[in-house]
Design a protein around this ligand. Structure first.
Ligand SMILES: Nc1nc2c(ncn2[C@@H]2O[C@H](COP(=O)(O)OP(=O)(O)OP(=O)(O)O)[C@@H](O)[C@H]2O)c(=O)[nH]1
Ligand SMILES: [Mg+2]
Length: 659
């Protein structure tokens, strides 16, 4: 790329579920230099990052459309890590401002330059200043309103650009046209301008002096200062529009053109200089149904040429997505976001090339799973391909994970919610051609006993020549929770020869795999107290079988009891929802331990509780539905406790019926 060409810059569209990011993404591409037709597809929830390349007024751009649902939040975080600037697309309703709280905090914490785009202005009848006030509560950086709506009745028909003090009327499918400043907005516009200047004056003494002398700076001076402050992350500009009607879209493009920092600036923010060998980072990995792998990467330092090797891997094609279609290119410049083919074994977050000493290329860590399903192949023949397919699925989306539950023998697919797992299962079928069935995971109940018993068992069998003989007397006693299994040998006088004792111990332990209720038995001691043998007919086998018989009968008589796993759960919610969270936990047999302000999250609380695992299956679904989707939790196994009540009775009844 010749030096005179502007560097390609990148913007990620993020924001809450359904705020209009994909509509805006399509509208931005449609308003670019070589317009892409807006796809006439039904609007569906975005579940994976989309990328598009275009130019606007001669500048090259990469756009990322991130999913909004919290269940796909990791994709959005990866997009944030790759972009020069983030556009937070949000709703104008002030009461929905909290839905961008976590996002704004992350952007603030990571010093990522961002702009707010208030979408759906077409249906908004409230006051934009109220929206701004509500959003400001969640932003450490000052929000600077760049536009004031012009209304005809309730409908927004245009806007005043605050910095230039010019009024525009929206025109369907075209750039807005300049109009006379309506008298009705004059006052609000002046107010917005003085608000804007006041914020800018905080960072510029010359501007401050002018304001103190009551001189209004020229629009050019204001624009220059806005650009400086926005690029440095000192302010957050706020624009609005209606993506669906392509209103405010060109205005947003122009703001991006002015205010998105150059990729070299973004690189410098991460400690990466312009001089040196090519450097790139993978921010998303994707398999196609034909088996090919694509790695979306940000080029931190170009040019990155097709065919370049990094260690054992070699780039087998560089692609940009123009007009929705992949277009092969020979190289990619600094700042470009491109798809790289055939980087086998290169994972998301991997850095290609040697990063500068002291460089900092942080990458989001995947969130812990909050929802799980037990999965199995629809057709056993696919079993051999399942683990490979799952491995690739997780490579594509590290916020998914696989756990093997040894107690129940189930394979669990764990992730961020119902939709997330549903999308993963669909992808397994569509891309990896493995169809699976899923169900609620079983709770890994365990069992123990409450009473010590003595049990005698004798195996005596005469079949053909050799017989089988073994006779054991054991004591089974309960141990304290967490003590596991203990075997004691109290044989005296050779009642059973030493050689058979390990077989007894082994069989006693093996019998713990499935107790009277069909679950793993824990916290018991087995003592071998007596027995007899036969010099010819006794064997390891015979002693194992006799022990098994003694264990089965003994455990059943020892007052067995079901144990259920109890997790330590930490629920994090905005503090106005703390009572909801507590109610929800108590309603699920949780024992509330207390709550505290969430460290580093002013306005949020973390409620701690001990909750039976059996109650946590769909917990995230209800938690989200009661907290505007904002609540989340982490869990960790804490202890086993005796299970009481209807659930325990049901499990015991079912187990007894099955036996
Ligand atoms: N009235 C109005 N509706 C809009 C506007 N922009 C988008 N919509 C509608 O809002 C719905 C969601 O739009 P999307 O663009 O899919 O939203 P999204 O943010 O991409 O959603 P997720 O990807 O699921 O987070 C669709 O029905 C759009 O037609 C707008 O400016 N005004
Ligand atoms: Mg979308």
């Amino acid at each position: 790329m010749p030096a005179s060409m502007p560097q390609p810059r990148s913007v990620a569209l993020v924001g809450p579920y359904g705020s209009g990011k994909s509509t805006l993404f399509d509208a931005l591409l449609a308003a670019a230099d070589t317009p892409t037709k807006r796809p006439a597809r039904p609007r569906t929830m975005t579940t994976a990052l989309r990328i598009g390349h275009c130019s606007f007024l001669g500048d090259p751009w990469s756009l990322l459309d991130a999913p909004g649902s919290v269940e796909f939040a990791y994709e959005a975080q990866c997009a944030v890590a790759a972009a020069d600037l983030v556009v937070v697309v949000c709703d104008p309703a002030p009461e929905r401002a909290a839905t961008v709280a976590a996002l704004l905090k992350t952007l603030d914490d990571q010093d990522v330059p961002h702009i707010l785009f208030i979408n759906r202005i077409d249906g908004f009848t409230g006051r934009i200043r109220d929206t701004l006030g509500a959003l400001q509560a969640y932003s450490r950086r000052p929000l600077v309103l760049r536009q004031v709506p012009i209304r005809d009745g309730e409908a927004v028909t245009g806007y005043v650009d605050v910095a230039s003090e010019r009024a525009y009327r929206y025109r369907p499918g075209q750039a807005s046209e300049l109009m006379q400043m309506p008298a009705s907005v004059g006052e609000r516009e002046k107010e917005a301008l003085s608000g804007l200047l006041e914020i800018l004056a905080d960072h510029d003494d010359a501007l401050l002096e002018k304001i103190l002398e009551d001189v209004t700076p020229t629009p050019a001076e204001i624009f220059a200062q806005l650009q400086k402050d926005q690029a440095a992350g000192r302010i957050v500009e706020v624009l609005f529009g209606a993506a669906e009607r392509q209103e405010g879209v060109r205005r947003l493009w122009k703001a991006l053109r002015h205010d998105v920092p150059a990729p070299d600036v973004t690189a410098a923010r991460h400690g990466i200089g312009t001089e040196g060998a090519p450097l790139a980072q993978v921010f998303k990995s994707q398999y196609a149904s034909q088996g090919g792998k694509l790695s979306l990467a940000r080029v931190w330092r170009g040019p990155l040429r097709d065919g370049t090797s990094f260690g054992a891997v070699r780039i087998g094609g560089i692609f940009r997505t123009v007009g929705g279609e992949p277009a092969k290119v020979a190289q990619a410049a600094s700042g470009d976001l491109v798809a790289l083919a055939r980087l086998e074994g290169v994972a998301t977050a991997a850095v290609l090339g040697e990063a500068d000493a002291g460089a900092d290329l942080p990458f989001p860590t995947p969130p812990a799973p909050v929802h799980a399903l037990a999965i199995a192949t629809e057709d056993r023949k696919d079993d051999v391909r399942l683990s490979g397919a799952l491995q690739r699925l997780i490579e594509e989306d590290p916020s998914l994970s696989i756990e093997h539950q040894p107690d129940t023998g189930e394979t669990l697919l764990a992730g961020q919610g119902e939709m997330h797992l549903g999308a993963a299962i669909e992808r397994l079928a569509a891309v990896f051609n493995v169809r699976i069935v899923s169900r609620r995971p079983r709770v890994p109940f365990r069992e123990t006993i409450r009473r010590a018993v003595q049990q005698h068992a004798r195996l005596k069998r005469q079949t053909g020549g050799h017989g089988q003989f073994a006779d054991v007397k054991i004591e089974i006693e309960p141990l304290a929770r967490g003590e596991g299994f203990v075997f004691r040998d109290k044989i005296v006088g050779g009642a059973i020869p030493r050689q058979y004792i390990p077989a007894v111990a082994e069989a006693a332990e093996a019998a713990l795999k499935s107790g009277p209720f069909g679950h793993v038995v824990v916290d018991i001691a087995v003592t071998l107290v007596d027995g007899t043998f036969h010099s010819v007919d006794s064997s390891d086998m015979a002693f194992k079988q006799a022990t098994r018989m003694a264990m089965t009968e003994g455990l059943a008589k020892a007052d067995p009891v079901l144990l259920e796993p109890i997790d330590h759960v930490s629920v994090t919610v905005p503090s106005e929802y703390t009572p909801n969270a507590q109610r929800l936990l108590s309603g699920r047999r949780g024992r509330i331990l207390g709550y505290n302000e969430t460290p580093g999250w002013p306005g949020w609380d973390t409620v701690e509780a001990l909750v039976p695992q059996a109650e946590l299956n769909d917990f995230i679904i209800e938690l989200r539905s009661q907290t505007m989707g904002l609540g989340t939790y982490v869990r960790q196994f804490d202890h086993l406790a005796e299970a009481h009540g209807p659930l325990a009775e049901r499990v015991v009844r079912e187990a007894t019926a099955a036996h």
